[in-house]
Design a protein around this ligand. Structure first.
Ligand code: F6R
Length: 613
């Protein structure tokens, strides 16, 4: 939520910051703004709406050239998406500029205090108070980093703040508490951003900022201190994503590219996790085998699409390990006082590694003495850093707001964790583990085969562009797949879409069925005991007028008479079916959204990384 970029170096800072903002626009696109230090002063431009509006403004009224700049792309929290509320925010003298991600919870009190002291605040944002407080502190200490530390100690909430001051022309100061900020170290230049994607075109050397730390960014390097002023240890890591991974690569949308990348993403997530004997080896997990063998309960916490991955993981974990597993929306988890202990294993699934609800669930679980294992796609992000162990998915950067390849790789990671637990606890024999690994290793190829046959799905999506509602049904692991299909359609096509457990239909939702209503049904493999029941469900809804869109395994002839449209997916073991069955639903939603003229990569009201609760 909100993208932030800062730069100090010898390049045109405005150009570096604008190209960084382009890569971060997925984080929020309600407004954008920049501030450049040049000619002893501060020049700013900001506009409501997407970055393109700011580009146009800068085209008409260029800013002076300078080597230090900050920029921001906003997902609105306090105050609507207007020019006035766009960041950067300045103090009354126009000497300090601040950009911010997160929420300053005590801003109302601070604002009142500033107003009493004669400050005039021009926006409705929580951010603006920081610009004024920094100006006050700077006027007594003449040190922007110290001013930032003093101000941060007064703030409540979760925030990333980045500031420049006209009196310190070669300095950018950043601060973070429970909100993302990474630093990039180049040759004679330094960067900071909400996400490495903003600077990987310039440097792959990155520094993770810890909790409650302030960073001073200069051409010749960076200094990190705690909010208390104590020097902090700096850990540099190499970012292995390359710049082209964050480009569209010839596709019209990032989402299309990311859907197409799924076979590779699945293969990469499996890579290096099987040792010479064919057993699973998950070294990075950092939770010992003896601790894992003691686990008496697994709790999965996640949001949105990652939550659906968790729902599927539950089936695998319980089936392969016989350990009871709960799946909980991270936003609900800690508020119901969950029963956790030292033998509970909490698995936090998050693509971004920054989702605030999931982070708070992680903190709560650790506070109760439970071990937390993160399944995450973003190296160095907060959730894996605050967890006991991590299993990284290797999906590469996911830029489109709607999650696709991250979901498939989260599933793979969950299967690996489930198998590993089974291996460690002896509930899965070595040959059984190897058999599942062989099945998983076939999946990149099977996903590829699904992708090759998607033209009829696209055509179907276009033909349904004017529908109001689409329902999705599934059972067992097909149920979370149905929920995921509905979520994709809601967020991209802005249509009423709902996923149901097919067995629940007769308990109410069947009343929704009317003539011509499109209903997508995910059919389990004919080898599953649920197959015939789902075929009966299809007959029931068809008898009531539904237009049935059936996703079924190749060779499943039983569904043919009842399918108005039939989408074939390769045969897989039951538990792995979501890896192939989800793909047509992603393509369907993407094409339907395009047909309705929607912004596929940047759906309205959303942001990729939800860093506020
Ligand atoms: C939907 C989607 C969201 C995310 C959710 C969690 O397409 O992308 O529902 O899955 O916001 O995000 P992460 O995985 O970053 O924690």
């Amino acid at each position: 939520m909100c993208g932030i970029v800062g730069y100090v170096g010898s390049q045109s800072a405005l150009e570096v910051v604008m190209s960084g903002l382009k890569r971060l626009e997925y984080r929020g696109y309600d407004s954008a703004g920049v501030a450049v230090l040049a000619d002893g002063g501060l020049a700013t431009a900001k506009r409501a709406g997407k970055l393109v509006n700011l580009e146009k403004t800068l085209g008409r009224r260029p800013l002076p050239t300078g080597n230090t700049a900050i920029g921001h792309t906003r997902w609105a929290t306090h105050g609507g998406p207007t020019d006035a509320n766009a960041h950067p925010h300045l103090d009354n003298a126009g000497r300090v500029a601040v950009v911010h991600n997160g929420i300053i919870e005590n801003f109302a009190a601070l604002r009142a205090e500033l107003a009493d002291r004669g400050h005039h605040l021009a926006s409705e944002t929580d951010t603006e108070v920081v610009a004024h407080l920094l100006a006050e502190e700077f006027s007594s200490c003449a040190d922007l980093a110290e001013a930032m530390r003093l101000v941060c100690r007064r703030l409540e909430g979760a925030f990333t703040l980045v500031a420049v001051h006209a009196d310190e022309p070669d300095l950018v100061v950043g601060a973070r508490r429970s909100s993302p900020l990474v630093v990039g170290v180049g040759e004679g230049e330094s960067f900071l951003a909400s996400d490495v994607a903003a600077f990987i075109a310039h440097t792959r050397a990155a520094i993770e900022l810890g909790q409650d730390q302030v960073v001073e960014l200069r051409r010749d390097g960076v200094t990190v201190t705690g909010f208390d002023g104590m020097p902090a240890e700096v850990r540099t890591y190499h970012v292995d994503w390359d710049a082209s991974a964050a480009e569209k690569g010839g596709y019209d949308y990032f989402m299309l590219k990311e859907i197409a990348e799924q076979p590779k993403a699945v293969a990469d997530t499996l890579l290096g996790r099987i040792d010479a004997t064919g057993s699973l080896s998950l070294d990075e997990v950092r939770i010992t085998d003896s601790e894992l063998s003691e686990v008496d309960k697994v709790v999965i916490v996640a949001c949105g699409t990652a939550f659906h991955a968790g729902m599927i993981a539950k089936y695998a974990i319980e089936h392969w390990t016989r350990i009871p597993c709960e799946v909980e929306l991270a936003s609900e988890f800690r508020y119901r006082d969950p029963i956790l202990g030292e033998r509970s294993l909490v698995i936090a699934i998050s693509q971004s590694g920054e989702t605030m609800d999931t982070l708070m669930a992680v903190r709560h679980a650790r506070g109760q003495g439970s071990k937390v294992l993160a399944i995450c796609n973003t190296n160095g992000s907060t959730i894996p850093r605050e967890s006991d162990g991590v299993l990284y998915t290797h999906a590469g950067p996911e830029v489109a707001v709607a999650s696709t390849k991250a979901f498939l790789t989260q599933l793979v990671a969950c299967y690996l964790v489930a198998l590993y637990l089974g291996q460690v606890r002896g509930t899965k024999r070595a040959d059984e583990v190897q058999e599942v690994i062989r099945d998983l290793s076939r999946m990149p190829h099977e996903v590829d085969r699904v992708l090759e046959t998607m033209e009829p799905v696209r055509e179907l999506a276009r033909s349904l562009a004017y529908q109001d509602t689409v329902l999705f049904l599934g059972r067992h692991v097909g149920y979370p797949v149905a929920l995921e299909g509905a979520l994709k359609l809601k967020e991209l096509a802005y249509m009423h879409a709902e996923g149901f457990a097919a067995g629940e239909l007769k308990h109410g939702p069947i009343a929704l069925i009317e003539d011509g209503l499109p209903v997508v049904v995910i059919v389990p493999s004919p080898r599953s005991p649920l197959h015939d029941k789902v075929v009966s469900n299809i007959q029931e809804i068809r008898a009531r007028g539904a237009c049935t869109i059936v996703i079924a395994e190749e060779g499943d002839e039983a569904v043919v008479p009842y399918a108005d449209r039939l989408v074939r997916v390769p045969a897989t073991p039951t538990l792995l079916q979501p890896l192939v069955a989800t793909v047509p639903l992603q393509v369907f939603a993407c094409e339907l959204a395009t047909a309705r003229g929607n912004e596929v990569d940047q759906p309205r009201n959303l942001a990729k990384s939800v860093t506020v609760e």
